[in-house]
Design a protein around this ligand. Structure first.
Ligand code: UT7
Length: 329
């Protein structure tokens, strides 16, 4: 009997209404539109400013839209994974808060913390549950509320990140569509270059850590940049090779949207034309675990059943990887 695959049957995204432009950032820190656009490709990003809203509320918008699109009742969801590093609280998880808020009474869930690679890790994990036959309707959410952990006085990070993300539905299929293969990697020694200095058990918050701004994202950009290009290029190359695929077989490369220069370097190294590369960094910036589902949502109308996609990401941890999937609708 052939293996049942987990196929994506719908995607839905959410970004907040508020648009933080490069021009507004010029009034907040010593930066300028020309530097931001030429160094990152970002023109604007979305910022969540709704009173009382947290990461789960964005997730609820994504999941409600997804349920409507896929004609699914909340009680039919079996399992939900939320990839995020900006959950509502350190604990409990955000996945189960989303499930509660959408009225999914028959499901369980958990969060995956793999920063910008979170959606890859979560999609690969969710697909295994579907492939095993144990779960039939699995929702994968990738989202981040980055503005809640960004220091808007630090020009090296505040220009990059934005809020938002998306969700996909995974279901079993007898066809050859869905998640085909994945390569997931990690190198924990990279944690020194991209992290939050305080707020965990290593260094709980004190008045001093707060005064020092250690509740915000810290990043050494250059080493992360180099490792991102290396990691994504090698993951995609290895994945294509072991599936006997050439660049011509691939319809779309879906890269993490961290920096347009990282994306073009990866495309160049792999010899992929930019026309095959999904891009929306100019309007959303880096939404961490949200970038890949936001790309799928933005390009949904251009996707056809049978299209071959390679998703790739690199992020804090370090974490990285690539997924090969065939679009299902
Ligand atoms: O998604 C998770 C993984 N993260 C990433 O993939 C991010 C990887 N890193 C990057 O994307 C880039 O390293 C950054 C966008 C963060 C920075 O770009 P860069 O080209 O690596 O700049 P840099 O940090 O080497 O800084 C170059 C110069 C410095 O000035 P000096 O020392 O050469 O005089 C910075 O102080 O640019 C200056 N600079 C800025 N100038 C204007 C740094 N930030 C800004 C700014 N506006 N916002």
């Amino acid at each position: 009997m052939s293996r049942k695959l987990a196929t994506i049957t719908g995607v839905h995204g959410y970004v907040p209404d508020y648009i933080l432009t490069n021009q507004e950032l010029e009034t907040m820190v010593d930066t300028n539109d020309e530097w931001i656009q030429s160094r990152t490709g970002i023109k604007e990003r979305r910022i969540l400013k709704k009173e009382g809203w947290a990461a789960s509320d964005m997730g609820v918008e994504m999941v409600k839209g997804l349920l409507e699109k896929t004609n699914t009742k909340p009680e039919e969801i079996d399992f939900l994974i939320c990839a995020t590093i900006t959950g509502d609280r350190i604990f409990p998880d955000t996945a189960n808060t989303i499930l509660d808020k959408v009225g999914a009474k028959n499901a369980f869930g958990y969060d995956i913390s793999a920063a910008c690679s979170g959606f890859l890790y979560a999609l690969s994990t969710g697909a295994k549950f579907v492939e095993s036959g144990s779960h039939k309707k699995v929702v994968i959410v990738g989202l981040d509320y980055m503005s809640s952990i960004i220091n808007y006085k630090d020009r090296s990070t505040c220009i990059i990140f934005g809020d938002g993300g998306g969700a996909v539905m995974l279901e079993p299929t007898e066809e050859k569509t869905g998640v085909q293969d994945s390569i997931l990697r990690a190198d924990g020694s990279g944690r020194e270059y991209l992290h939050m200095k305080a707020g965990g058990s290593l260094k709980p918050h004190t008045a001093e850590t707060l005064a020092l701004g250690e509740q915000y994202v810290f990043q050494e950009g250059r080493p992360v940049f180099k490792a991102a290009v290396r990691g994504m290029s090698s993951a995609v190359k290895d994945l294509l090779q072991r599936n006997n695929l050439t660049n011509d077989d691939i319809d779309w490369v879906v890269p993490h949207q961290a920096n347009i220069r990282i994306i073009t370097s990866v495309a160049n190294q792999l010899d992929f034309p930019m026309e095959k590369v999904m891009l929306n960094i100019h309007k959303y910036g880096n939404t961490t675990a949200g970038t890949l589902p936001l790309c799928l949502w933005d390009y949904e109308s251009q996707l056809k059943k049978g299209d071959k996609l390679v998703l790739t990401a690199f992020g804090g941890g370090f974490t990285w990887g690539a997924i090969y999937l065939v679009w299902g609708y």
